[in-house]
Write a protein that binds this ligand. Sequence first.
Ligand code: TRP
Ligand code: SF4
Length: 328
Amino acid sequence: MNNVLSGMRPTGKLHLGHLHGVLENWIELQHKYNCYYFAADWHALTSDYKDTSNIKNNIYDMIADWISVGIDPEKVAIFIQSHIKEHAELHLLISMITPLGWLERNPTYKEVKEELSEKDINSYGFLGYPVLQTVDIILYKAKYVPIGIDQLPHLELSREIARRFNFLYNREVFIEPQPLFTKVTKLSGIDGRKMSKSYGNSIYISDYGKTLSDKVLNLITDTNRVRRKDPGDPDKCMAFEFHKLYLSEEEILMIKRECPTAGIGCFDCKKILLNRIVEKLSPIHHKREELLSKKDYLNDIIADGDKRAKAKASETLKECLEVMNLNY
Ligand code: TRP
Ligand code: SF4
């Protein structure tokens, strides 16, 4: 069975954009491939090296989210990057064979550097972000990497690096990984911009009660619909992006019919949505609470994932050292 690997930086609780854009895809893949999913805590340091106080909690929050939405720790090796020291050793070796020009050319590097210009990320580690990411992938001989389209330049670099290693040492040690694109689910945040933690506009998987209902009931609707009797257009309504994900087909048809004739008001329409979201999230919250209240259980899951990851990683590293004549 082919290997699939993906990771996320532990930035804390995940939102509905993560759930529908990434995690549902991860859940599907776990049935078809031998999957490794990990917390990229070293990658988190590239931008947040100064304040490291949240990393540990963020890892637990994130992994609890993964499992509570349906990532199955029996099927998937769930692990923490920094627990597998092979990532560090292979990163050093791979850094020796990676031309500097390949990294400086990387469009993501240039963009993020401009975006985060208020932070000082002009570091060696930040430039090497895609080298470490490459190592994460090739260490597990992952054939497929589920990523968003924005990560494509990184993956292309990983392919080039894998190819270069195999060429230099004249052995097919590494597989060139291929992207598996996540189906794009456009989800706006509560302010209408793309849902993103950094915009503070997210509905979190773990939101419940008044926090959740306030967010859902305040979602931006068709802005032409000012009064109750004004007709609306679901295609111009940001809340309707959520309706399409959470409501039954009949309910969606009903809204498509009743919104343009002002047969239904926005409040009632979003109330239906809220009910459906609560129905979907309640069992997830249950599971999440249970996991976070039994830290030992969560630690056991991680220890088991670490063990499986370590077995594969050390095998690959050994092979590398051999072909590089460094096995002494
Ligand atoms: N760069 C990814 C992110 O920002 C995290 C990541 C690190 C990753 N290593 C990876 C993703 C390897 C896929 C494969 O979330
Ligand atoms: Fe959106 Fe529903 Fe209001 Fe129509 S009735 S604008 S679909 S919230």
